[in-house]
Write a protein that binds this ligand. Sequence first.
Ligand code: VAH
Length: 327
Amino acid sequence: MKGEMKNILVIGACGQIGSELIVALRERYGRDNVVAADIKEPKNDEIASSGPFYYADVTERACLDVIIRKHKIDTIYNMAAILSASGEKNPQLCWKVNMGGVINVLQAAIDYDMVRVIIPSSIAAFGPDTPRENTPNDTILRPTTMYGVTKVCGERLCDYYVKRFGVDVRGLRYPGIISYKTLPGGGTTDYAVEIFYKAIEEGRYTCFLEENTLLPMMYMPDCIRATIMLAEADFDRLEHHNDFNVAAFSFTPGELARAIKKYIPEFEIEYKPDYRQEIANSWPTSIDDSVARREWNWKPEWTIDSMTRDMLEKLSERHKQGKLYDM
Ligand code: VAH
C-alpha cells in the first residue's frame, strides 16, 4: 500500500467519461486536489471553473511532468483514448495516443513513486473468437480493431508493471457508456447516445447498427461509481488489476427503440448499418462480471428502463430551454 490518494490528475478530462469523472472526484477529494488535463479545451465551465485545468497531450511526457511536479500528483486517471470507430479510420494515431499515453503514465508512476494509476480497458479487448455470451473475465483476447489491440497491449503492459515494478495500476473493461452531459466521439456504441437526442429533436433516428445487434452497455452514474470503487478498493483483495469485466445490461438498437417508444410513442427508427457493424459483431453480447463482484463488491444500480427514463427527462429539460446540445 503506497499511501492515500490525495492529489489526482485526470487526463482526458473533457472526454465522455473524463468530464463526469472530474466532477465526481472534485466533490470527493476537493476541487483543488483534482487537476484536469486534455488536448482540447473544456466545452463548459463546469470543468475549467471547478478546479485547475491544463491543456496537455498525454503522449508528451514533458507536459505531464510539469503538471505532476507543480501539483505533487500522486494518482493519475488516464481517460485519454481514441475509440474503436475513429481508431479504424486512423490506426497509427490510435496506437500512438492509446499506447503512448499508457507507457507515459506507467513510467510516471515509477518516476514519482505514485500511489496509484487508473488505466481503463474495454470490452473491445475481446474479439470474434472470444465466447460472446456471458464473456468470462479470463479468456481469449484476439481483438480485430486497433483500439482493441491497444486495450489488450495496455492490459498486458499494466500487469507487467505491477509484477516487475510494483506499480498499483487498476482498470475496468468498460462496455458502451451512455450519458447526457457530453456527446461521445468515435465509438461504435455511440448510437445508444445519439438516439436519445434525435428522438427528442426529430422523433426519428437512423441507426448505424442492425436492429438485433446485442451489446453490453452501462449508464454513466454506474460507470463513475465503478471507476471510483475500484480506485479505492483494498489492493490486497485484488487478484486482477486493470482487466476487470464490468456490466450493467445488454440491449439491441431495437430494444432501446422500444424502451424510448414507451415515452415517445411516435418515435421511429430505421437501420442503415455502416463499417461499425463489423466492429460490433466482434464484441461480446453480454459480460460475466463475477470477478469484479468478488474482488471489490461491484454491483450495478441502473437498468435499461431507469436509464432511458433519466436520459429522456434530462435531455427534454435541456431541449425545452433550447440548449439540447449545450454541453
Ligand atoms: C467504443 N464506446 O464504442 C467505446 C467502447 C465498448 C465500446 O469502448 O469504442
